[in-house]
Design a protein around this ligand. Structure first.
Ligand SMILES: CC(C)(COP(=O)(O)OP(=O)(O)OC[C@H]1O[C@@H](n2cnc3c(N)ncnc32)[C@H](O)[C@@H]1OP(=O)(O)O)[C@@H](O)C(=O)NCCC(=O)NCCS
Length: 181
């Protein structure tokens, strides 16, 4: 199992590691905290339950074993503070994978997102033979995420207008890609 230690910009010691089956409660607490934020940047709008999180994690652990997914989480003092995944696509899209990331509010702006993305992509390149490009989608209002992705080499490829609706407002979805070779 991959494990790295990382010092955030404010000195916080962060353990970056792959998940284990017993992480469901930690991951649930993290995602539910972000879901509560207005304009959270993530797609989910309904809190998850421990039961659903356990099912989700069980499936993801299988996908990790089959090299369809890599996931790294950022842990601080026994709590999950962020996670990043790269999920391989299938069939004629097998050369592509999709990246997702979330960092809890308390740890944002301290370099953890960047560190987590770098290591997750490196792990995906190592494990997913033939992977050529990583893409992602982010909401138009999420300038912070877009600037991080640009810094990491992702380029904007398109935008789907009115892709999501938060309350009564519509927002577009920006598509970005990183070519690995
Ligand atoms: C978007 C997100 C993953 C960024 O992670 P982070 O740990 O806060 O980012 P980092 O501290 O590693 O920042 C790295 C770079 O991102 C950009 N960035 C970070 N915070 C920023 C801000 N408030 N405004 C503009 N750019 C910002 C900068 O380019 C920064 O590099 P710099 O520090 O050299 O200037 C995180 O804020 C998050 O999880 N937000 C909520 C959920 C979400 O939006 N997920 C992404 C869905 S597509």
């Amino acid at each position: 199992m991959v494990r790295y230690s990382f010092k955030a910009k404010d000195g916080t010691e962060v353990l970056i590691r792959e998940p284990v089956m017993t992480d469901a409660a930690l991951l649930m607490a993290m995602i539910n905290a972000v879901i509560e934020e207005p304009m959270s940047g993530i797609i989910f709008n309904k809190k998850t339950t421990l039961e659903d999180e356990k099912k989700w994690l069980k499936q993801r652990m299988r996908d990790i074993e089959r090299k369809k997914t890599v996931i790294l989480l950022a842990e601080v003092d026994g709590e999950a503070m962020g996670n990043c995944d790269v999920v391989r696509r299938q069939f004629k899209e097998f050369h592509r994978a999709e990246l997702g990331i979330v960092i809890r509010e308390e740890l944002r702006g301290k370099g953890v997102g960047e560190a987590l993305i770098k290591r997750t992509i490196a792990l995906a390149k190592q494990r997913m033979k033939g992977l050529e490009q990583v893409d992602l989608k982010t909401f138009t209002y999420n300038r912070r995420a877009q600037s991080l992705y640009r810094k990491m080499g992702f380029r904007r490829t398109g935008c789907i207008p009115r892709a999501i609706k938060e309350g009564k407002k519509y927002y577009g979805e920006v598509e970005m890609v990183l070519y690995l070779r």
